[in-house]
Design a protein around this ligand. Structure first.
Ligand code: PLP
Length: 399
């Protein structure tokens, strides 16, 4: 069936691209060795520092988030180095697998895929490591497979409390520009991100923000690298250039996306995400469904993962919602497949877009015969209005 109106892309990335960003990219390719490019290069590199909340360099790769993960490993670690990681979900597991392949010895603390990294655990593990054999703590800020955030500022404090020199490596691939992430203030050594989530761009760019300490590590570590080598990138970046052909049109888009974020103000961007996430949770609770994230302190502002009632398949529901209402919802990944669906509420999303999406979910649940209570959308509206649904006074109709 042909659908009219716009598609609702409510997966937790890639997220919808604002019209302004689409228009900024819709232009002829320019000479990447010419003066127009140099100006663009300088602007985006400086703009990234604002978004990562850092004065340190941010390296932009043509690549996906997975590439930026690899850049982080090969620039900071040596084969045989020990790294502490926690199994927060699918993406933490994939990053761990990549570290294994690079010959890193990962102390992988098992997790239930419903919780973030426990700062007390980090402190205990590092306190035991008197010889400072652990070279890095690598955590996922916003675990996109579960809708659980880890408290990075508290993890930093835990590392400091243990008086341990380990690097703090943070995957904020789906957190950046949606959830607060202060690279400098929180003492993060490498923040990893990509273009297609909070930055509201198409896929195709990977980022690493690099502290002085991480940069120093990159000068002595022994992991082989070429494409991902920070030194190769940072030399030309100092004047706005790239060592090879950059993704020029994505950089035009990035420049515009950064302008949009800074016009709104990062504080307001984060508050909007919190508001939309709270409204989504109000809807889920009203439906009588369970949120995967166990700890309210770890609720994600980016996405909400919803558990399906037993003997109902989340992917069957998603398929029906897509076919009937033209809405894409996130699938359950790996061991969560069929058991959860994920509602993305990040980036180019506002109150009415969210209410539209939640209506699609509620009608989709009905169409798929998933047991639930109605009234989720109303609860979300009440949450957005800052009111309680129950006993709300009847509203006077302006006449
Ligand atoms: N880490 C997290 C938290 C993610 O959400 C993703 C992708 O969704 C990745 C890593 C991998 O990024 P990419 O698919 O861009 O390679």
């Amino acid at each position: 069936m042909t659908q009219r109106g716009h598609h609702f892309l409510n997966i937790p990335g890639p997220s919808p691209v604002p019209e302004r960003v689409l228009r900024a990219m819709n232009r002829q390719v320019i000479d990447h060795r010419g003066p127009d490019f140099q100006k663009l290069g300088r602007e985006v590199l400086a703009g990234c520092q604002a978004v990562f909340q850092t004065k340190s360099p941010v390296v932009i790769y043509p690549g996906s988030g997975t590439g930026a993960w690899e850049a982080t490993i090969v620039n900071t670690l040596s084969p045989g180095d020990r790294v502490l990681m926690v199994e927060t979900g699918h993406f933490a597991s994939l990053w761990k697998k990549m570290a294994d392949r690079w010959g890193v010895e990962v102390d992988f603390v098992p997790g239930d895929w419903r919780s973030g990294v426990d700062p007390a655990l980090v402190e205990a593990k590092l306190s035991e490591d008197k010889a400072h054999a652990i070279k890095a703590v690598a955590v996922v800020h916003n675990e996109t497979s579960t809708g659980v955030t880890s408290r990075i500022a508290e993890i930093r404090k835990a590392i400091d409390a243990a008086n341990h020199p380990a690097l703090l490596l943070v995957d904020s691939i789906s957190g950046l520009a949606s959830a607060d992430l202060r690279h400098d203030e929180w003492g993060v050594d490498v923040t990893v991100s990509c273009s297609q989530k909070g930055l509201m761009l198409p896929p195709g760019l990977g980022f690493t923000a690099i502290s002085d300490k991480a940069l120093a590590a990159s000068k002595t570590n022994t992991m082989p690298r070429s494409y991902w080598d920070w030194a190769e990138m940072m030399k030309p970046n100092a004047d706005g250039w790239f060592p090879y052909t950059p993704a020029t049109n994505l950089l035009w888009g990035l420049n515009e996306a950064i302008a949009i974020l800074l016009e709104e103000g990062l504080e307001n961007v984060f508050a909007r995400h919190q508001r939309l996430a709270a409204a989504t949770r109000a809807a889920v609770e009203a439906w009588g469904l369970e949120i995967l994230c166990r700890n309210p302190k770890e609720y994600s502002p980016v996405l909400t993962a919803v558990m399906m009632p037993p003997s109902h398949d989340a992917d069957v529901f998603r398929k029906i919602a897509l076919e009937k209402y033209d809405i894409s919802l996130g699938t359950g990944l790996a061991k969560l497949q069929g058991k959860v669906f994920r509602i993305g509420h990040l980036g180019e999303c506002n109150e009415l877009m969210l209410i539209g999406a939640l209506s699609g979910v509620e009608m989709g649940l009905s169409a798929a015969g998933v047991p639930h209570r109605s009234g989720g959308v109303q609860a979300a509206m009440a949450s957005l209005e800052g009111a309680k649904t129950q006993n709300a006074p009847l509203r006077a109709v302006a006449g």
